[in-house]
Design a protein around this ligand. Structure first.
Ligand code: HEC
Ligand code: HEC
Ligand code: HEC
Ligand code: HEC
Ligand code: HEC
Ligand code: HEC
Ligand code: HEC
Ligand code: HEC
Ligand code: HEC
Ligand code: HEC
Length: 319
């Protein structure tokens, strides 16, 4: 940041402006300036009204944009356009694209910096660094447009499940296709969104999974509270390996979205004296000898072991 300091100290009326400017305009790049053998002329704030003179449609539509509130903010009063586009007086004279910041044409890192100058401290952005999107250069503007209007606008679209699912599905075709399997969460039907389980911005959990409202487990238990426990008699893999040890969270060809067609095979991957590697890597105990695996009665494990997610009644998870 120091290399920008001489250029922008007069302009850094507040920390907010400082960050936005430092992150933004290409014309302030000292290397580029040196290459042109002349210092760049300094732009100043031109004010939103100046922009309106040439960008009539965008300016009119802006009155309905959530960011229009910035016009009433003490730092940005009368100059909200420049909160994202940087100081615009030079551009307002030249009308040249080179003299103004277009966040959509910046590198993803710079675009994010423009937005995060204000949005950084929101709880939904916590953990960004770990998130798969920021690590893979998916900028804010990949998902949020700023000047579309009506039903087209991301401010409207991303308030509805269907709009969110369409956005996510446009890049994650495999994940979207998994919801077409016979047993699935009702995402394609619009009853749930990808964001019911994932935070599009970030998460401290792997796979951008949302945390449950109660703690550090995945958000599954927000809706499936009866599986949360704690139980007096836990089924170890539910607690230690997580729900996806046995379930395919997006969708499955198997009932109950299980990873195996046959429940007994699922159980026997861990509960047999064969050393078969389980999905979670742990091995459970061997069923007692009275389990006659040749008898059909014993093959449907969950008819007896009904409390498969944990029991308060007994170690056998029977009820
Ligand atoms: C004198 C007329 C005029 C004024 C005033 C003006 N613009 Fe522009 N602006 C233009 C024109 C013309 C273009 C298209 C330039 C091009 O495509 O080469 C443009 C393009 C832009 C772009 C897109 C640049 C790009 O790289 O695609 C942005 C962003 C922009 N203006 C923002 C602003 C803002 C913010 C203000 C107010 C501070 C403003 N303009 C004031 C005429 C103006
Ligand atoms: C919250 C940030 C933000 C504010 C405030 C903002 N813009 Fe933009 N603007 C953007 C982004 C991001 C883009 C890139 C295209 C997009 O995502 O919609 C953009 C694109 C533009 C463009 C290029 C349009 C195009 O079709 O390529 C113009 C012109 C423009 N803005 C003018 C304005 C004017 C005028 C104002 C004030 C009335 C304003 N902007 C306020 C973020 C903002
Ligand atoms: C100068 C500060 C500032 C900058 C820069 C800024 N925002 Fe915002 N943004 C706000 C404020 C303040 C609100 C809340 C408006 C309200 O509802 O009062 C907001 C609201 C939003 C919302 C939520 C709107 C809703 O419907 O609830 C989104 C999405 C958003 N901004 C995205 C962006 C993106 C993407 C960028 C970068 C292109 C950006 N913002 C840049 C200040 C800013
Ligand atoms: C992968 C797509 C995606 C990316 C990238 C993305 N967002 Fe979002 N954003 C969404 C979706 C979907 C919603 C609405 C659902 C929700 O609230 O979880 C949203 C909601 C928001 C909101 C309003 C609700 C809230 O969480 O406060 C703000 C503000 C916001 N985004 C800002 C940003 C900023 C700033 C960036 C870049 C640093 C960004 N977003 C990057 C998809 C994205
Ligand atoms: C512009 C394309 C794009 C959009 C839109 C998009 N993503 Fe992504 N997403 C990616 C890329 C690229 C990666 C990183 C590569 C990968 O893991 O597939 C990624 C990674 C992920 C991951 C894995 C993260 C990790 O840390 O392993 C999840 C989960 C995810 N996205 C969910 C979503 C959701 C939910 C939405 C909708 C709100 C969404 N994505 C929208 C491109 C996109
Ligand atoms: C019911 C909760 C839930 C919903 C709804 C959901 N996901 Fe996931 N998603 C998960 C879980 C849990 C994982 C982690 C799976 C793992 O680690 O094996 C995951 C993993 C992912 C991954 C990482 C790669 C992969 O396929 O394992 C991507 C990308 C992803 N989801 C995208 C999406 C998209 C896009 C949507 C909406 C169409 C969506 N998810 C809806 C729970 C969900
Ligand atoms: C937003 C609420 C919500 C979240 C979050 C959620 N689910 Fe569900 N889940 C449901 C609803 C509602 C149903 C039953 C209705 C249906 O068929 O969609 C269901 C059904 C199921 C089923 C049974 C499917 C069947 O065929 O009977 C399983 C297994 C399941 N969810 C596991 C999970 C896992 C694992 C997670 C976390 C990765 C999770 N759920 C997150 C709402 C949720
Ligand atoms: C050890 C394997 C295993 C793990 C781990 C597991 N489940 Fe299950 N789950 C099952 C089996 C087996 C069934 C089918 C039970 C039956 O047939 O009655 C089931 C059924 C379900 C159902 C539908 C029937 C019902 O009881 O509501 C939901 C919802 C569910 N599981 C959610 C979860 C959630 C949420 C987690 C993580 C907290 C989880 N499961 C972890 C094995 C598991
Ligand atoms: C991912 C491996 C895994 C899967 C799959 C699994 N279990 Fe377990 N199970 C365990 C582990 C580990 C224990 C704890 C063993 C211990 O404490 O000695 C356990 C404990 C049990 C117990 C209590 C036994 C005891 O010794 O405390 C029963 C009953 C049980 N499982 C039944 C089932 C049934 C029925 C299924 C199929 C629906 C199943 N398990 C699937 C790993 C698994
Ligand atoms: C007809 C009912 C029934 C069926 C079906 C059944 N079990 Fe059991 N299982 C029991 C009973 C009863 C116990 C003894 C529970 C106790 O001691 O509390 C038991 C005990 C167990 C234990 C050891 C529990 C302990 O306390 O040490 C395991 C592991 C187990 N069963 C796994 C399975 C598996 C895997 C299947 C399916 C292949 C299965 N069971 C099918 C009734 C059944």
């Amino acid at each position: 940041m120091t290399r920008f300091r001489n250029l922008i100290i007069p302009l850094a009326v507040c920390a907010l402006a400082f960050t936005v400017q430092a992150a933004g305009p290409a014309r302030q790049d000292p290397k580029e300036a040196a290459a042109k053998q002349a210092p760049p002329a300094k732009a100043e704030y031109a004010g939103s009204e100046a922009c309106a003179g040439c960008h009539e449609d965008i300016s009119k539509a802006f009155a309905k944009n959530p960011h229009f509130n910035l016009e009433k903010n003490k730092h940005w009063e009368g100059k909200a356009c420049e909160a994202c586009h940087g100081m615009g007086s030079k551009h307002a004279e030249s009308a040249s694209a080179e003299d103004i910041v277009n966040p959509a044409k910046q590198t993803p890192g710079k675009t994010d910096a423009i937005c995060l100058a204000c949005h950084r401290n929101q709880s939904t952005q916590v953990g960004r660094i770990q998130g798969g999107h920021s690590r893979n250069a998916i900028a804010c503007t990949s998902c949020h447009d700023m000047h579309k209007t009506g039903a087209e606008s991301s401010f409207v679209r991303l308030k509805r499940n269907a709009g969110i699912n369409q956005l996510c599905g446009s890049c994650h075709t495999a994940a979207a296709a998994a919801f077409m399997k016979p047993h699935h969460h009702k995402v394609p039907e619009g009853a749930m969104a990808c964001t019911s389980c994932h935070n599009p911005h970030s998460s401290f959990m792997s796979r951008n999974l949302r945390q449950a409202s109660t703690g550090s487990e995945p958000a599954c238990v927000n809706c499936h509270g009866d599986k949360r426990g704690p139980f007096v008699f836990e089924h170890a893999p539910v607690r230690t390996d997580g729900c996806n040890t046995c379930h395919e969270p997006h969708g499955s060809v198997n009932p109950r979205m299980l990873i195996r067609q046959d429940i007994s095979l699922l159980c026997m991957e861990c509960h047999s004296n064969l050393q078969s590697p389980s999905p979670g890597g742990s091995l459970g105990g061997v069923p007692p000898a009275f389990h006659n695996m040749l008898a059909p009665r014993f093959r449907n494990c969950t008819t007896c072991h009904q409390k498969i997610h944990g029991s308060n009644a007994g170690k056998g998870l029977l009820r």
